[in-house]
Design a protein around this ligand. Structure first.
Ligand SMILES: Cc1ncc(COP(=O)(O)O)c(C=O)c1O
Length: 470
């Protein structure tokens, strides 16, 4: 397969028309990544608008199984204004998790009826902003929050749309911290409380429109079963409410969590534990998930003679990762290399660490790394790879030996200081969670279009920006 160290077959991470190798360099939508690094410096986020649109079209295939699907992009995954604009122009709606995200969604041009709001501890001010704007719905996290919305609606003399966020004891095969519908999780309300809240909400029809029920089972959910369980739990509540009161809920929100295959390139897969491999390499699509849930609920609806309730129901989905993760590449330069004679190991030190990829330390999340400067060469030499932060945990390998990350990274044998490393699939929970730790100004982000045009969607911060508000 090898000739002068050049690979003859495209590597598994390549995606025709999107991630390709030309002249030994990584190209993103036809644009030479090394030229971008030279022009804009590193670290650099490269966002692919065509890939965002492709991902959204893929998610919309779920409409084959239920035409009334409302996709609300979970903006927490990446709330950059340029990203929001591409999502909006692709014709879908948005989920926000705070007053700040609501502000950004409105600024990006989403209409209020396209916006739904989550949040575990919303302030009265945030609720006021949401009710004032007249958004699609506010997902309630507690009976207290219902009272707060009633109070705000009364003050504003404006009816608020609300949805009750349920936890129904549903587990997934994702990380513990990425499971959000267990009774031990901090989110939502239990079934009994949900029923009480729904009845209570119906007592104030002038102030409250009880619009739906919501469960988010978690992020990076590899199997359809948790979604089926969650949907059935919501369906039972919907049916109970209809039978008790005649009230028809307008929507059921099945949350986010459609996974991204972070292990499309299997180079390091065998070094990762089986559980982790199945989670990180998950291939569940939105269409498969909706197909399974609709099948199960249709049976339940038929038994209850309530098929019309299902047909009229809007199913809301809140995908974050599945829209943005593989649409972004972080370019980071090798700033230092060294050899440790005692261990015989070679080290490469980059200019991007967990300040930009927080999940790498929070969840030991795997992002595939390639040498974009020598993308066509065999990646078969082992390196200890680490970021620039003054913290021994700022590494791209497994410090704990528990099979979350590989021990080393495979890169070409002749890597050099100045080579540009591309971290693939780094669009979700990266830009939106970055920190200026160690006085490292936030990097620049550029948006690449189909025709190769480039737009700066985030300027690089300066040292002066580090002083902003201090
Ligand atoms: C309520 C809610 N909806 C949607 C999402 C998006 O999840 P994901 O990015 O896995 O699709 C999250 C993130 O965890 C969430 O908390």
């Amino acid at each position: 397969m090898k000739e002068n160290n050049i690979q003859t077959n495209p590597p598994n991470w390549a995606i025709p028309g999107y991630l390709e190798i030309h002249h030994n360099h990584l190209h993103i939508n036809g644009v030479d990544a090394i030229k971008l690094a030279q022009e804009y410096d590193t670290p650099l986020f490269i966002v692919s608008a065509p890939r965002i649109r492709d991902n959204i079209s893929g998610l919309l295939e779920a409409k084959k199984y239920h035409p009334r699907i409302k996709l609300c992009y979970a903006s927490k995954a990446n709330n950059n204004l340029g990203v929001l604009r591409v999502v909006k122009d692709a014709g879908i709606d948005v989920e926000v998790n705070s007053g700040g995200e609501l502000f950004k969604a409105l600024r990006a041009g989403f209409r209020p009826d396209q916006i739904e709001m989550n949040g575990i501890s919303k302030t009265e001010q945030e609720i006021t902003e949401a009710v004032q704007a007249g958004i699609y719905t506010i997902n309630l996290d507690s009976p207290f929050e219902l009272e707060l919305v009633e109070k705000v609606a009364a003050k504003l003399k404006k009816r608020a749309n609300v949805t009750v966020r349920l936890v129904a004891g549903v587990g997934t095969r994702s990380h513990a911290a990425l499971q959000t519908a267990l009774y031990t999780s901090k989110f939502g309300v239990s079934p009994e409380q949900a029923r009480e809240m729904m009845l209570r909400a119906l007592k104030s029809p002038d102030l409250i429109n009880l619009a739906g029920l919501h469960i988010h089972v978690g992020s990076q959910t590899p199997d359809p079963e948790p979604y089926v369980q969650a949907f059935i739990a919501m369906w039972e509540h919907l049916l109970w409410l209809h039978q008790e009161t005649g009230h028809k809920l307008q929507h059921i929100n099945i949350g986010g969590g459609i996974p991204v295959n972070y292990l499309r390139d299997q180079t390091h897969a065998s070094e990762i534990s089986e559980n982790e491999r199945e989670m990180l390499g998950a291939k569940l699509t939105a269409a498969e998930m909706i197909e399974s849930t609709i099948d199960a609920v249709r049976t339940a609806a038929r038994q209850a003679n309530a098929e019309h309730l299902l047909e009229e129901l809007e199913i809301v989905m809140e995908p974050g990762r599945a829209v943005i993760a593989d649409a972004v590449t972080i370019l980071t330069s090798i700033r230092n290399v060294k050899h440790r004679p005692e261990t015989g190991e070679d080290w490469v030190l980059t200019d991007a660490g967990y300040n930009l990829m927080l999940s790498m330390v929070m969840y030991q999340w795997y992002y595939h790394a390639i040498d974009a400067t020598r993308a066509g060469e065999s990646h078969d030499s082992r390196y200890r790879m680490a970021g620039p932060l003054c913290d021994g945990g700022d590494v791209y390998f497994d410090l704990h030996g528990d099979g979350h990350l590989p021990d080393c990274r495979l890169l070409p044998e002749n890597i050099q200081v100045g080579d540009v490393i591309a971290m693939l699939n780094t669009g979700a929970y990266t830009m939106s969670q970055m920190t200026a730790y160690n006085g490292r100004p936030f990097p620049m982000a550029v948006l690449v279009e189909d025709d190769g045009s480039i737009e700066v969607i985030r300027k690089r911060d300066s040292y002066e920006d580090l002083l902003l508000n201090e």
